[in-house]
Design a protein around this ligand. Sequence first.
Ligand SMILES: Cc1ncc(C[n+]2csc(CCOP(=O)(O)OP(=O)(O)O)c2C)c(N)n1
Ligand SMILES: [Mg+2]
Length: 583
Amino acid sequence: MGATVSEPKVTADAEPTQVTDGFHLVIDALKLNGIDTIFGLPGIPVTDLTRKAQAAGMRVISFRHEQNAGNAAAIAGFMTQKPGICLTVSAPGFLNGLTALANATTNCFPMILISGSSEREIVDLQQGDYEEMDQLAVAKPLCKAAFRVLHAEDIGVGIARAIRAAVSGRPGGVYLDLPARLFPQSVDAQAGRNSLIKVVDPAPRQIPAQDAVQRALELLKGAKRPLILLGKGAAYAQADAEIRALIERSGIPYLPMAMAKGILPDTHEQSAAAARSFVLPGADVVMLVGARLNWLLSHGKGKTWGGKNPKDWGGQKFIQIDISPQEADSNVRIDAPLVGDIGSCVTALLAGIGSGWAKPPAEWLNAIAERKNKNLAKMAETLAKNPAPMNFHSALNVVRDIVKANPDAMLVNEGANALDFTRSIVDMYQPRKRLDVGTWGVMGIGMGFAVAAAVVSGQPVIAIEGDSAFGFSGMEVETICRYNLPVCVVILNNNGVYRGDEVNPTGGPDPAPLVFVKDARYEMLMQAFGGVGVHASTPAELRQAMEEAIRSRKPTLINAVIDERAGTESGRITALNPSAKKK
Ligand SMILES: Cc1ncc(C[n+]2csc(CCOP(=O)(O)OP(=O)(O)O)c2C)c(N)n1
Ligand SMILES: [Mg+2]
């Protein structure tokens, strides 16, 4: 810490006193809590904070747009269980970061958005300051907690509260407002050091109640057609060995949600992913592990779950493991809520299961295996085709092989068809390797996630991007080149949103709203900043370029040309889009 204390200052009585200031206290407080990276974008009033943080040994990753810095911070939080830090300037920079903060909160990713802000007196009287905005008030409804620090002596408490709020209980986004005037405030160095807090046990375990564990076990024991559903909460929990033991010792088939893929390898024989539409309506007892019954699971009801009408419940009984006591009954009745952290809950269930647990009835397991094998054979047949031009399947067949050969690589994924096909075709082999659009299905996470994935893991990153999806964060290829990150972006380029063959029905000169410039040369964007750009129109070209990218670890962008007629409107979520449903 001594390194960040400024020069001795000579006071009136000529006694030299060591002083520190707001800048250094923020940096010291973060470092004291093991936070070593800031994702951000400099400008008034945080320019010096980025400089001083770098000088103090922190990794400072500067982006081209705050939303991407925010997404990077959020996914760093997901990967590490430590809050990712996003640093922005006031008003517009803050607002640019806010989308990522709200998305982080929705996805239960721990992050802290730290924004500089303008003069309180002027902001509060609305007298028109530079970048004037009451940022705390704006942020509050969109995140888990929001704090402002006015005095340098309170920085330690402010950072400690922000860390606890971000990672304890259900994780989420926290806003920390640091007004410009805070940074230059000077404080006696010793008093400053004493004001900092090293947060003890920031995410305390939450042990489930024994009667709740019993209730869950009894329900499981009586099940004829049990199913386990793993959500990204299960991935976040880093209880991989316990979860695997629970699944293997109980013999219960499981389904991973997109970001839970890889907790167990997707090739695990108990994975029912290839028989999803069979197991959801067929199961009689479903245990949710860190998965919410939101739209991604059709709210636990309707046809997906065997109900006759969209609002009908399917008759399953549910066990729900969740850290939030408010989650149960949010959509359908939860018969056995199990509230606690996932590691503790799964450990308690394992103890109860013991060694003499009877596997689920063979009838159920055989029926799943039959359905699964049929669907996998059908998929293999489709993947073996080699149409010209390439389609999603023939391109993703290559990606599937590359990921299999490089299971340590991180996989980032966004788009509509580009997302849905990748999720179902590309198997994952390790936990927390797949990072995607999450709960909101938001476009724009791509390059921010890719940068953070590379910075945090040190592993190669493969980003499978729809051409529309890529556009939301595409300028960050410069960031990828600047930091020389081992990121291989593959754009599945079908000339538009969902597909590229739509025409303006009036015959007028404007293109249809969903299509882009035809045959755009996205690879040149990467070349512009010194990276490798490849135009790939066959699976062989794609394979060669991806292999080379992984081998060389050079920033690479592969423009994979996909048949512009290949996509479906809205990908797999046509149910939410009435016009697509009609087609
Ligand atoms: C922030 C945001 N804006 C808009 C959307 C709506 N949206 C969903 S998918 C998508 C793009 C799909 O096109 P592309 O990425 O090219 O994937 P494709 O289906 O063509 O493979 C858009 C714009 C969104 N999900 N998020
Ligand atoms: Mg597209």
